[in-house]
Design a protein around this ligand. Structure first.
Ligand SMILES: NC(=O)c1ccc[n+]([C@@H]2O[C@H](COP(=O)([O-])OP(=O)(O)OC[C@H]3O[C@@H](n4cnc5c(N)ncnc54)[C@H](OP(=O)(O)O)[C@@H]3O)[C@@H](O)[C@H]2O)c1
Length: 316
C-alpha cells in the first residue's frame, strides 16, 4: 500500500513549497514555457519549433524543476536523487522499505535538499497510480523530470525460467516503467519542459550470461525510449536512457562477491574497474538539464568501455 511520507518542508504551507519557490529558483524550468513563446528563430525562413531554452536561462541548473525518481533509497536511484536535488530540483522518490526511506529523507533534509517520498512497490498498478496522484498533489500537477529507475534481476538460463519469474521480471522492469510514463505524461506535458530518463543496462545491447530475460526487458526499454522521444517531442518532452555495466550497488553485491567472477568483470572492462553510482547519476542529471535540450531518443552506455570492447587481451 502506498503512503505519502512526511514532506519534510514541502507541504503547501511551507516556505519551501513547490508553489512558492525562492526567488532565485523562479527562473529556468518554470519560466521555459513562457520563454519559448517569446523566442522567434530569425536565421531561416523554414517554419520550425522555437528553441525552448533561450540563452538567458541557466543551462546548468535544475532550479525550479520538479522530479520523480523511482527507487531512490539505494544504489543508482539514491545517487540520482542527491544529484538532481544538488542541482536545485525538488524531488519526490519512492521505495518499498519505509524505514530505509525515512532514514534517507532525514539525511537529505540535513544536507538541505528538498526531497519527499512515498512507500510504493512500483511493480503493482494500483500503487503506481497512488504514487503519481501523490506526486501530482505535491507538485501541483507539474512534473519536469521522471526517472524510471527501478529494476530487478533473476539470473538463470532461459530454459529454467518459470512463467511466474518471467512475469515478475517483466512487471517490475518493463510494465512498471511503461505505465509510470503513461501516468506521468499529463504532468510532464503541463510542465512545458519534460524529461524522462530510463535506467536501462548494457544487457539491452549485448548478451550477458544468465540474463536473457533481463536483457529483453532492457531492450524493450531502449525501444520505448526512442518511441517516446518521437511521440512526445511535440509536447517538449525528451526521452533518453542510461545503460550501465557493473555499478557497485546492493543489487550486484552478491554476484560480485565471487572473486573469480569479479576478475572476469575487470578483464572485460577497458577501464578495469566497477562504476560508482555517482558516475551514472551525473549522466542522468545532464540528460535532465536545459544544457541537453537537443538530445532525445538516445541510450547512452555508462560502462567503462565494456560494450565497445572487441578483443584487447590483457597479455600479448
Ligand atoms: N548495479 C548495476 O550494476 C546495474 C547495471 C545495469 C543496470 N542497472 C539498473 O539500475 C537500476 C537500479 O539498480 P541498482 O543497482 O541501483 O539497485 P539497488 O541497489 O538494488 O537499489 C534499488 C532501489 O530501488 C528500490 N526498489 C527496488 N524494487 C522496487 C520496487 N518494486 N518498487 C519500488 N522501489 C523498488 C529499492 O528500495 P526497496 O528495496 O526498499 O524497494 C532501492 O531503493 C535498475 O533498473 C537496474 O536494472 C544496475
Amino acid at each position: 500500500m502506498s503512503a505519502s511520507r512526511s514532506l519534510l518542508g514541502l507541504g503547501p504551507s511551507s516556505p519551501h513549497s513547490p508553489v512558492g519557490l525562492p526567488r532565485e529558483n523562479a527562473h529556468g524550468f518554470q519560466s521555459l514555457k513562457s520563454a519559448s513563446l517569446r523566442f522567434s528563430p530569425t536565421l531561416c525562413s523554414i517554419k520550425s519549433v522555437p528553441h525552448p531554452n533561450p540563452p538567458s536561462i541557466n543551462r546548468w541548473s535544475l532550479g525550479g524543476a520538479t522530479a520523480l525518481v523511482t527507487g531512490g533509497t539505494r544504489g543508482i536511484g539514491r545517487a540520482v536523487v542527491a544529484e538532481l536535488a544538488g542541482l536545485g530540483a525538488t524531488v519526490h522518490t519512492c521505495a518499498r522499505n519505509g524505514t530505509e526511506l525515512d532514514k534517507c529523507l532525514r539525511g537529505w533534509e540535513e544536507e538541505g535538499f528538498r526531497v519527499s517520498g512515498s512507500v510504493c512497490d512500483v511493480s503493482f498498478r494500483d500503487q503506481r497510480e497512488e504514487l503519481v496522484d501523490t506526486v501530482s498533489s505535491v507538485f501541483n500537477g507539474n512534473l519536469n523530470i521522471l526517472i524510471n529507475n527501478v529494476g530487478t534481476n533473476i539470473r538463470k538460463p532461459m530454459v529454467e525460467f518459470t512463467s511466474e519469474e518471467f512475469a515478475k521480471l517483466f512487471a517490475t522492469n518493463f510494465e512498471s516503467v511503461f505505465h509510470m510514463s503513461q501516468l506521468a505524461y499529463p504532468l510532464l506535458k503541463a510542465s512545458g519542459a519534460g524529461s524522462v530518463v530510463f535506467t536501462s543496462s548494457v544487457s539491452g545491447f549485448v548478451s550477458l550470461k544468465s540474463m536473457s530475460v533481463h536483457g529483453a526487458t532492457k531492450g524493450a526499454i531502449n525501444q520505448l525510449t526512442k518511441n517516446l522521444a518521437c511521440e512526445w517531442a511535440e509536447d517538449n518532452i525528451r526521452s533518453n536512457a542510461v545503460a550501465p555495466w557493473y555499478i557497485r550497488t546492493s543489487m550486484v553485491e552478491q554476484v560480485l562477491s565471487n572473486k573469480e567472477y569479479l576478475e572476469e568483470v575487470y578483464s572485460r572492462t577497458p577501464l578495469g574497474r566497477l562504476g560508482d553510482p555517482t558516475e551514472v547519476s551525473s549522466l542522468v542529471a545532464f540528460l535532465c538539464l536545459p544544457a541537453s535540450s537537443y538530445i532525445t531518443g538516445q541510450i547512452i552506455c555508462v560502462d567503462g568501455g565494456m560494450s565497445i570492447n572487441g578483443f584487447y587481451p590483457r597479455h600479448d
